[in-house]
Design a protein around this ligand. Structure first.
Ligand code: NOJ
Length: 507
């Protein structure tokens, strides 16, 4: 009897151990973890210390307001004044790096590099030095959407002159911060800047000229990125020894059925949405993909335009852009199902990006829904994306520069925890199959101004109380879980943070 009992106990322990062991998954030693924010979304101090207006200051101050809750980024999370608290949070989370962006109009109030605002330089120096003093690497995004309004008045990203203005700005950053910053992102999300900011009114500067301004913008963004990369390569790399990449936002597009039409539709969606940038930078041929060139040329001719609405890249431009990245910065959140059938006819404005693409994209209603209408949890889509980047685009060295989930207010964010775990599991699957993924960045470290959604969609590992003058930051449950993932470089699905359990008991 006794012996049986002992044997039973031993076997239970053994099973537990095996299960326990097989459940915990480890990241490679070289893998690094970070979290991200962006200047307009967290800094506030919109008109302090010599900063001039950006296109987002202008948009948020329009009347009527285009922002869902009528809010602005005037104060946001007040990181301009609270940067030391932000660095404390980085420490609390145990981050290896922090991805933040610089506000162009804080550094160069006229937009041009002829006059540098020392107060702006001081702010970022303070932030960078505080991070380094705490052993956190700065991962600096040069441009995260807050274009100086003075340049928008001249056409912004649709004006080819922006390319050199951008490079002049980047040079100021390399000169001032390059001794300490070793990871650079030139531009965050070309697609969102151009297709949404110039093609629609969903993002500043709300130009809303789809099929024209968005394509003009794409070309200039790619050239600005490439010239910045070449500048770093030629002048700064030798002494500063850093890496320069670009963050491209990629959604996974899954065919809604096995039909050839839907397979083609999903491939077209991937090519139009992000493949065009990836193709231009990361493939041997470079240039915009043939599929886009053909589609837009065909539609343009049909619509009576003398030339394709898609600007061409010259041979020299193709060469400049091709290979212009030390790594692929991947921002990815979600997936969509795609189909193409007769209903597409007449569905979109003419001309427009969506009409050129000519597909329907919808989420599967069964996918878990976040607080943002566009964001559903589809971890296998994340996995398929890595696979595609590996197999179709030559397996570039990759950092996930953004990934995250939005909720309503509240500290117990179990769905965010589930999302992070599921997506990190998918990432580990991809690494095991050979994807060259070096790091992961959670979006976002703290709640912030979510563009047209204002403060309604909360992405933070830390909650920010936007009603308190102190903009108090409080860790959510996901912060404790992420901290443990970073500390152990592993994913343990059973880990429950003790501090939080105590806190919930008290409530
Ligand atoms: C992409 C953008 O880079 C970031 O600014 C935004 O807040 C997140 N995605 C979430 O929408």
């Amino acid at each position: 009897m006794n012996l049986l009992f002992v044997l039973l106990c031993l076997s239970t322990i053994a099973v537990r151990n095996v299960r326990g062991k097989s459940k915990v998954r480890y990241f490679p030693d070289y893998f690094e973890f970070g979290a991200s924010t962006a200047s307009y979304q967290v800094e506030g101090a919109w008109d302090e210390d010599g900063k001039s207006l950006s296109i987002w200051d202008v948009a948020a101050h329009m009347s009527p307001s285009p922002i869902k809750d009528g809010s602005t980024g005037d104060v946001a999370a007040d990181s301009y004044h609270l940067y030391k608290r932000d660095v404390e949070i980085m420490k609390e989370l145990g981050l290896n790096f922090y991805r933040f962006s610089v506000s162009w109009s804080r550094i160069l109030p006229s937009g041009f590099a002829n006059q540098i605002n020392q107060a702006g330089i001081d702010y970022y120096n303070n932030l960078i030095n505080e991070m380094l003093a705490n052993n956190i690497k700065p991962f600096l995004t040069i441009y995260h959407w807050d274009l100086p309004q003075s340049f928008q008045d001249l056409g912004g990203w649709a004006n080819p002159m922006i390319v050199d203005w951008f490079v002049d700005y980047a040079k100021v950053l390399f000169e001032n911060f390059g001794d300490r910053v070793k990871f650079w992102i030139s531009i965050n999300e070309p697609k969102q800047i151009c297709t949404e900011g110039y093609g629609t009114d969903k993002k500043a500067p709300m130009v809303n000229m789809s099929g024209i301004a968005d394509y003009m913008c794409n070309k200039n963004v790619l050239l600005a990125h490439a010239k910045t990369y070449r500048l770093y390569d030629e002048i700064y790399r030798k002494d500063q020894n850093g890496s320069v990449g670009i963050s491209i936002s990629c959604t996974w597009y899954e065919p809604a059925s096995d039909s050839n039409d839907d397979q083609q539709a999903a491939e077209d969606a991937r090519i139009f949405d992000w493949g065009q940038y990836v193709h231009a930078i990361f493939t041997k041929e470079g240039d915009f993909p043939e599929r886009i060139k053909k589609n837009v040329a065909y539609k343009s001719a049909e619509q009576g335009y003398a030339k394709s609405r898609l600007p061409e890249l010259s041979v020299a431009e193709v060469d400049l852009i091709r290979g212009s990245s030390d790594f692929f910065g991947l921002n990815s959140y979600t997936s969509k199902l795609v189909y193409r059938d007769a209903s597409v006819e007449g569905m979109y404005a003419v001309p427009s990006y969506m009409d050129d693409l000519g597909v329907v994209m919808v989420p599967d209603p069964n996918w878990p829904q976040s607080h943002s209408s566009w964001l559903q949890e589809v971890p296998w889509g994340f996995y398929k994306l890595f696979k595609e980047i590996r197999n179709v685009y030559g397996n570039p060295t990759l950092y996930v520069t953004e990934n995250g989930w939005s909720t309503d207010a509240g500290l117990i964010d179990d769905d965010r925890v589930r999302y992070y775990r599921n997506y990190l599991n998918a990432l580990l699957d991809a690494i095991e199959e050979g994807s060259d993924i070096r790091g992961y960045t959670a979006w976002s470290m703290i709640d912030n101004f979510e563009w047209m959604q204002g403060y309604a969609d909360k992405f933070g590992l830390y909650e920010v109380d936007f009603t308190s003058p102190e903009r108090t930051r409080t860790p959510r449950k996901s912060a404790y879980i992420y901290k443990e993932i970073v500390r152990t470089k592993s994913l343990d699905p059973d880990y429950e943070p003790e501090i939080l359990l105590d806190a919930t008991k008290e409530n």
